[in-house]
Design a protein around this ligand. Structure first.
Ligand code: GRG
Length: 293
């Protein structure tokens, strides 16, 4: 089985299936959670957790609950991000966003439940029995810090506060370090904790994840502009006054492609300090820098 299948199969085990699924909570709330969890995400973050665990000396089986935990947090963030009070998006991954199907109230609660269940998952008896209480607690702590106030949620606040303003590149970088890199970094660090809990490995996972996250986000900004140009025939910056500042509006496309390469190289270079086989991590960084969606 490949990483994607392993993650998809494991995620299903955290939800009641078939006949058991007959209470009101399960019909509404769990359907809504599963709708977004199973909506075709690329599973980049959980894949990173699995690979880092292996590279640092652990197993995929040990890392799976932690991989599922981070995907639950990622999914909650997307559901909340699409709500009318945030980005107000009707579509996610080409399908109606969660609140368009289940209503704003259930979408909000599905996000809340995914957030809290992520911690139930990484601190579960299964997770503790696979890696021990110390590693599970450390993963829970890293997950809480990087997804919360000074991590992803903090990044979302910088984003909201920057709306409609021309903000300096440093603020944009800070926003992406928190909003995007924090969870990617977290996925890598939890894998390293599971695999070895060696401080040097955890530091490498942090540097790799941070740089990969920045490259990923800048590529996202590039793809936004390039796909607009293709589908709408709009030249870059044609309605700049209506758009928020991004790496592309502030630095231009050429510089952004350069930055994607620079951060990808930094991510790859950071792996030098690991003895395990880092081929997949290097390939993944290159693949993400060349992605088209
Ligand atoms: C609402 C608390 C809260 C946070 C929202 C993650 C986020 C913060 C907002 C989503 C919007 C966005 C563009 C975030 C940047 C990170 C990013 C590019 C997310 C999409 O990640 P992918 O491409 O998603 O891994 P898939 O669909 O593959 O799962």
């Amino acid at each position: 089985m490949n990483y994607l299948e392993l993650i998809e199969n494991k995620l299903k085990t955290y939800f009641p299936q078939g006949k058991e699924k007959d209470s009101l909570i399960e019909k509404v709330l769990i359907d809504s959670m599963e709708y977004s969890l199973e909506a075709g995400g690329k599973r980049i973050r959980p894949t990173l957790t699995l690979i880092f665990s292996e590279v640092c000396g652990g197993t995929i089986e040990q890392a799976l609950p932690f991989a599922c935990g981070i995907e639950m947090i990622h999914t909650y963030s997307l559901i909340h991000d699409d709500l009318p009070c945030m980005d107000d998006d009707d579509l996610r991954r080409g399908k109606p966003s969660n609140h368009k199907v289940y209503g704003e109230d259930i979408a909000l609660l599905a996000g809340d439940a995914l957030l809290t269940n992520a911690f139930a998952t990484v601190l579960s008896e299964e997770a503790v029995s696979l890696v021990g209480g110390e590693k599970a607690a450390k993963c829970g702590r890293i997950l809480a810090i990087l997804s919360g106030m000074t991590g992803m949620v903090g990044g979302q606040v910088i984003d909201l506060q920057s709306e409609g303003k021309k903000v300096p590149i440093d603020t944009i970088r800070q926003m992406h370090l928190k909003k995007t890199s924090a969870l990617i970094k977290c996925a890598c660090m939890m894998g390293a904790v599971v695999g070895s809990n060696n401080e040097e490995h955890i530091k490498i996972a942090e540097t790799y994840g941070e740089n990969l996250g920045l490259a990923f986000q800048i590529m996202d900004d590039i793809l936004d502009v390039v796909s607009d140009e293709k589908s709408l025939g709009k030249p870059i910056g044609s309605d700049a006054e209506n758009e928020k500042s991004t790496f592309v509006t502030l630095l231009g496309l050429d510089k952004c492609y350069e930055l994607v390469n620079e951060y990808t190289e930094k991510a790859i270079k950071s792996l030098d300090g690991i003895n395990g086989d880092t081929t997949q991590l290097k390939a993944l960084a290159v693949k993400m820098s060349e992605r088209k969606n």
